[in-house]
Structure formats: C-alpha cells, structure tokens
Design a protein around this ligand. Structure first.
Ligand SMILES: Nc1ncnc2c1ncn2[C@@H]1O[C@H](COP(=O)(O)OP(=O)(O)OP(=O)(O)O)[C@@H](O)[C@H]1O
Ligand SMILES: [Mg+2]
Length: 196
C-alpha cells in the first residue's frame, strides 16, 4: 500500500502522521518512508537511526521501493495545483491532516475542492486536538461530517510528547513519558482504520 500525507497548510502534523503511520504499518510488513519535503523533517527525525523503518528521499525512493510492502510519503505543504494530480495518482490513499482551527480547516476545504475532480481516495485526519474542555475538535468534526467529507473516526490529540519524540528521533511509543501510550494509541487507531 502507498499512503501519501499532504496538506495545503504547513504545521498540521504531516510529518508526525507519516512517521507514525509508518511505525504502525511496519508492524505488519516492511515499510519505507519517502521524505518528499525539501525541509527534510522526516529525514532529520530518522537521523539518529532510532526509527523502526527506513527513511529515504524521493531520489532514492525508486531504488528502495521494490523491497518494501508499504510506502508512506511525506510531502511539503502548499503543493502546486498541478502537483496535486501527481500526488493523488501516485498513492492508494491520501491522508489529509488538519488541525481544528479556522485557517487549517479552510485550507483543507480548498484542498478537498481541488482534489474533487482527481480522486476520491482521500481521508481527512483531525490532528492537534486540544484537551477537554475545548470543544473545537468536536465542532470541526461536525463541520466536516456535515459536508459529507470522508474523515477518520480516530483523531490525534495535541500532546507535548509528540514534540519530544521528534527531538529524540524516536516514534512516540518509545518516549519515556506518561502520555506516550495515549499518543501512540491515537495513531494505532488510525492505522487500524487503514489496515486492520
Ligand atoms: N499531535 C500533536 N501534538 C502536539 N504537537 C504536535 C502534534 N503533531 C505535531 N506536533 C508538532 O507540531 C509541529 C508541526 O508538526 P509536523 O512537523 O508534523 O507538521 P507538518 O505538517 O509536517 O509541518 P510542515 O508543513 O512544516 O512540514 C512540530 O513541532 C510537531 O512536533
Ligand atoms: Mg513536515
């Protein structure tokens, strides 16, 4: 399976999502992450060689891809309209992370509108959901569901342990932190919706 993670807006959790979906898929079968973003965040995360899967850039991807069952592609924010077609056609599932704020939501809706003519193979993932008593996660979900757009049932909570994971160059399940298990559970639940 090829899963691509993309968004119009930056900082909505694309790289975090790509790496954790890869950590989930790797539990099923050999998984490769292709770092398609020139800022190379995924490669930096991998640079301590503590991730349970391989991360390569797009130039190395062709050489390595055939050895792997699953591929997860991380992409830069703001893909050009002509790139969207390539992104959509190059994967089995496009995951669109969005945080529950007005700007991210509006960027996500623009992306969905642009994708409409290209593919139906996409699903929206709510990320960076603030804790109770904030209702912004629920409200954003209601907006997306009322528009009849495809959205993962599971969502990703905003937890500082994700930032620690990036700093330490590990998946969140390997951080020694009381919230690590909760954080990892968010992504395994999404993974189970993709590949039970
Ligand atoms: N669920 C989360 N909880 C808390 N912090 C998070 C979460 N997901 C991501 N972050 C943090 O938010 C920032 C942006 O995340 P990330 O790099 O994954 O987003 P991105 O969409 O790939 O950004 P860019 O568009 O710059 O590539 C990072 O500092 C990351 O550690
Ligand atoms: Mg990124």
């Amino acid at each position: 399976m090829i899963v691509t993670v993309a968004s119009f807006k930056g900082g909505v959790g694309k790289t975090t999502t790509a790496l954790h979906l890869a950590a989930y898929l790797q539990q099923h079968a050999p998984t490769l992450v292709v770092d398609g973003d020139l800022n190379r965040s995924a490669s930096e995360w991998a640079s301590r060689e503590k991730l349970p899967f391989k991360v390569v850039d797009e130039k190395q991807a062709i050489r390595f891809a055939k050895q792997y069952e699953h591929i997860v592609i991380d992409t830069p924010a703001r893909p050009a309209p002509e790139e969207l077609k390539t992104l959509a056609e190059g994967c089995d599932l496009l995951v669109l992370p969005t945080s529950p704020d007005a700007l991210a939501l509006s960027a996500m809706l623009q992306m969905v509108a642009a994708l409409h003519a290209l593919t139906s193979n996409y699903r929206i993932l709510l990320t960076l959901i603030p804790p109770h008593p904030s209702k912004v996660g629920l409200e954003t979900r209601a907006t997306i569901e009322n528009a009849s757009l495809p959205i993962f049932k599971s969502e990703i909570r905003r937890l500082a342990v994700f930032q620690r994971a990036a700093l330490e160059g590990v998946p969140v399940c390997d951080v020694k932190d009381p919230y690590a298990k909760n954080a990892w559970r968010c992504y395994t639940a999404v993974g189970e919706e993709i590949l039970p």
